[in-house]
Design a protein around this ligand. Structure first.
Ligand SMILES: Cc1cc2nc3c(=O)[nH]c(=O)nc-3n(C[C@H](O)[C@H](O)[C@H](O)COP(=O)(O)OP(=O)(O)OC[C@H]3O[C@@H](n4cnc5c(N)ncnc54)[C@H](O)[C@@H]3O)c2cc1C
Length: 310
């Protein structure tokens, strides 16, 4: 069994940033990178909104740069996932997928959240070529173009409104005959001149030669008046929710109804002393690389202070 001062779980912008701060503070952090080393940004080609890259940067490259920065100060970044934790007493215990046990004085959880997809083959085929699960990240690439947003909740309405300020036209594809979003969001969407709501539509697939050029939809699926509909679009945005990667922590820490880990009073602290959260796994609102990195920094500073006090 190994004893560490600081265990970091996850290697997205939050985890790597925490590793930079923790290693510079001499905490000798051990970081597990999980099934997606580098996190969600490794799925994207162009990141244009992370400060410090005036010409934009490839997502993979950016994450390799941040990792290198953490390793320069001695962070021990390992392959593999943490599969089980026991937070019943300090030092806290964690096990990796090879059943190696680690005892940690502090733990920084930075396991991110995964966007939900419809499960269509075409989503994978056109990933990064017109399919996106992040309107804030990719909306800018669709200025004056036509896009579709899938979903009927608050996030979908927010994304549709955000995109309506950039795109020429936005279709909102809603499975049900009504929106689930709050009344105020519904009213805003309905009032936007360039948003067209397609109620009772399901997406069957996407088409296009070099990227998305349109979507095949079905209206009133399974009903007598079922109808196939094609729309011409340049971008297809999923807004049907995220799943925080927090299942293994739920026994020990509080989450909201979706599974996002709860923080105390906006700090990265949790109800357990010495356990901190950072990034998308505890952020149902912003879910951006820079906000994840910012909370990674906060979590590492909290871990350092906690170790000083104890
Ligand atoms: C396609 C796409 C494009 C995006 N573009 C932008 C953009 O342009 N700008 C922007 O600011 N944001 C963008 N985002 C959002 C941004 O990627 C996220 O907000 C950010 O990556 C969140 O960082 P994180 O560190 O919290 O988590 P993530 O990046 O999700 O990383 C989570 C990490 O935890 C690890 N992990 C999970 N479970 C375990 C476990 N049990 N044990 C060990 N490790 C584990 C994973 O392997 C991963 O390394 C984009 C997202 C996507 C999907």
């Amino acid at each position: 069994m190994e004893h560490v001062k600081c265990l970091i779980i996850g290697s997205g912008p939050a985890g790597y940033t925490a590793a930079i701060y923790a290693s510079r503070a001499n905490l000798h952090p051990v970081e597990y990178s999980g099934m997606q080393p580098g996190g969600q940004l490794t799925q994207t080609t162009e990141v244009e909104n992370f400060p410090g890259y005036p010409q934009g940067v490839d997502g993979n490259q950016m994450m390799m740069d941040i990792r290198e920065q953490a390793e320069r100060f001695g962070a021990d970044i390992r392959d593999g996932s943490i599969t089980k934790v026991d937070f019943s007493s300090r030092p806290y215990k964690a096990w990796d997928e090879n059943d190696n046990e680690i005892e940690a004085d502090t733990v920084i959880i930075a396991t991110g959240a995964s966007a939900k997809y419809l499960g269509l083959d075409d989503e994978r085929k056109y990933n990064g070529q017109g399919v996106s699960a992040c309107a804030t990240c990719d909306g800018f690439f669709y200025r004056k173009k036509t896009v579709a947003v899938v979903g009927g909740g608050d996030t979908a309405c927010e994304d549709a409104l955000y995109l309506s300020g950039l795109a020429k036209k936005v279709y909102l594809i809603v499975r049900k005959p009504f929106l689930r979003a709050s009344q105020v969001m519904q009213e805003r969407v309905k009032a936007a001149e360039n948003i067209e709501i397609l109620f009772e539509h399901n997406t069957l697939g996407l088409f296009g030669e070099n990227g998305v050029e349109g979507a095949h939809l079905v209206k009133r699926k399974g009903e007598a008046d079922e109808q196939l509909v094609d729309i011409q679009i340049d971008g297809f945005f999923l807004a049907i929710g995220h799943k925080p990667n927090t299942d293994i922590f739920k026994e020990w820490l509080d989450t909201d109804e979706v599974g996002y880990l709860k923080k105390i009073d906006g700090t990265p602290r949790t109800k357990l002393p010495g356990i901190f959260v950072a990034g998308d796994c505890a952020d149902p609102v912003y879910r951006q690389a820079i906000s994840a990195a910012g909370t990674g920094c906060q979590a590492a500073i909290e871990a350092e202070r906690f170790l000083l006090e104890h």
